[in-house]
Design a protein around this ligand. Structure first.
Ligand code: NAD
Length: 493
């Protein structure tokens, strides 16, 4: 058998095998074994946490502009390796190569952006209430951060958390998903090559139940930043909450695109195809509900079904692939189960099959459109995380907003319309963390906050300067240079 890479932990600057078991890493496009990954035990997580804790006392004293220079070098190196990383990403995750390049670019952008924060990390200087007194606020690191990330954006999401964490003086223990350990290995090798001091970032591979849980429950982890399913997030929040730890959660979504009667239908279909079937519907921002004004429903369905059937399904490594495989057999079966429910809840317009024949070696699901779905139907309420969209007809704008907001989740919403009043009303009325106008629900830019409301998040944001709020504590500082005791919060009159 051909030798495959064996992914190990990186603790205190050293690559180390663990006492735990090994798990195979499978290419979802063809079921080939790509690598093996070592599964950490809780005691190995403990070692990583202690290394991070030790390193933090020094790392927090390194001037932020110096940290920024290092981040700049790391981003430069990511840029040089972009193609190699993108191909690795496609092989592990299945997403089409052009999307993989986009994802790696996002990590590069985030690195350069946070490198610049090394010379900002702004606090506030404000006028004091009393004479001869100076008042200001400064950011301080939280401490040792546990990062737990999913397979669907293995490097972008890691970069949204890792770069703000380290620029602001925290150290990190990172547990990536076991489906995409090669991306984590490659990312950390770049950090190492660029000279990130030992212990600042530690990588522990492993299952959520063992390695992930050991991070969450470790008394020396000061903050947990998690992206993944709402189910896991709830579990993590309850454990971290009982230990009074800071916890940032980015979780599931049930995103909707609204198409109004004034919309450019071809443009709306472009947006629906990209957001509904890009990454095979496995983006947290994937559109899975299409809310359409009855006046344009027939036309939209006609164009959408035609264009859906034209999508090229196959191995993401091929440049002309539109829709790649889904992550696993288990995911494939779960998607199919939802589609079978959908057949009862609506009317299948196209798709609905696990692909066989030349696709039988991989996890391919036919892009699927189901129409006349009631807003409260299960397929309109539950996250499917596959290439399946439900069309929900509405009579008017007010009803569209009501349906859009009738979801337990609140990540991303979009509206296609040419009516300026509807644009501004939608901006204010859609209750999600992200709103797009005349574009699909996907495609965040790294310098704005990323995250959602309701069961999608717990009030924090990844990316943008908002991510610094996750990884820093505010400290208010008052300097009294009057030479006498001036009492604030007392009525001197
Ligand atoms: P998941 O919750 O199964 O796993 C995510 C990570 O958590 C993995 O590293 C996993 O090993 C770990 N984990 C699992 N159980 C754990 C436990 N008990 N304790 C600690 N860690 C544990 O999610 P997934 O299936 O890998 O990812 C898909 C989900 O992620 C979808 O619901 C999607 O919407 C969501 N997601 C959300 C965003 C966002 O920003 N809102 C972005 C991407 C993905």
């Amino acid at each position: 058998m051909k030798e495959v890479p064996a992914y190990k932990n990186y603790i205190n600057g050293k690559w180390r095998s663990t006492q735990g078991k090994w798990e195979k890493v499978i290419n979802p496009a063809n079921e080939k074994v790509l690598a093996e990954v070592n599964l950490s035990t809780p005691s190995e997580v403990d070692e990583a946490v202690l290394a991070a804790k030790r390193a933090q006392s020094v790392w927090k004293t390194v001037p932020a502009p110096e940290k920024g220079e290092l981040l700049f070098e790391i981003s430069q190196k990511l840029k040089e390796r972009k193609e190699e990383l993108s191909q690795l990403l496609t092989s592990e995750n299945g997403k089409p190569i052009q999307e993989a390049r986009g994802e790696v670019q996002e990590a590069i952008d985030m690195g350069f952006y946070m490198a610049g924060e090394g010379r900002r990390l702004f606090g506030q200087t404000v006028p004091a209430e009393l004479p001869n007194k100076h008042a200001m606020s400064i950011r301080c690191p939280v401490g040792t951060a546990g990062l737990i990330t999913p397979w669907n954006f293995p490097i972008a999401i890691a970069s949204w958390k890792m770069f703000p964490a380290i620029i602001s003086g925290n150290t990190v223990v990172w547990k990536p998903a076991i489906e995409t350990p090669g991306m984590a290995d490659a990312f950390v090798r770049i950090l190492d090559e660029c000279g990130l001091p030992p212990g600042v970032v530690n990588l522990v591979h492993g299952t959520g139940e063992t390695a992930g849980n050991a991070i969450v429950e470790h008394s020396q982890i000061d903050i947990v930043s998690f992206t993944g399913s709402t189910e896991t997030g709830r579990l993590i929040a309850s454990k971290a909450g009982s230990m009074l730890k800071k916890v940032s959660l980015e979780m599931g979504g049930k995103n909707a695109i609204t198409v109004m009667d004034s919309a450019d239908i071809d443009l709306a279909v472009d947006g629906i195809l990209w957001s509904g079937f890009g990454t095979s519907g496995q983006r947290c921002t994937a559109a899975s509900r299409i809310i359409v004004h009855r006046a344009v429903k027939k036309e939209l369905e006609k164009v959408l079904v035609k264009r859906t059937k034209e999508l090229m399904i196959g191995d993401g490594a091929k440049e002309d692939t539109d829709v790649g495989p889904v992550i696993s057999r288990k995911a494939l079966e779960s998607i199919h189960e939802y589609v079978n429910i959908g057949r009862q809840e609506g009317e299948l317009l196209c798709g609905g099959r696990i692909l066989e024949g030349k696709h039988s070696k991989g996890n391919y699901y036919e892009p699927t459109v189901i129409t006349n779905v009631h807003p409260s139907a299960r397929i309109a309420q539950e996250e499917i995380f596959g290439p399946v969209i439900s069309i929900i007809p509405v009579e008017n704008f007010d009803e569209a907003m009501k349906v859009n907001n009738d979801s337990a989740y609140g990540l991303s919403s979009s509206i296609f319309t040419k009516d300026a009043n509807e644009v501004f009303r939608a901006m204010h009325e859609m209750d999600t963390g992200i709103v797009y106008v005349n574009a699909g629900t996907t495609g965040a830019e790294i310098h704005l906050p990323f995250g959602g409301t309701k069961k999608t998040g717990n009030g924090h944001r990844d990316s943008g300067t908002a991510s610094l709020d996750v990884f820093t504590e505010w400290k208010s500082v008052y300097v009294d240079y009057s030479g006498s005791l001036q009492r604030a919060q007392i009525d001197n009159n």
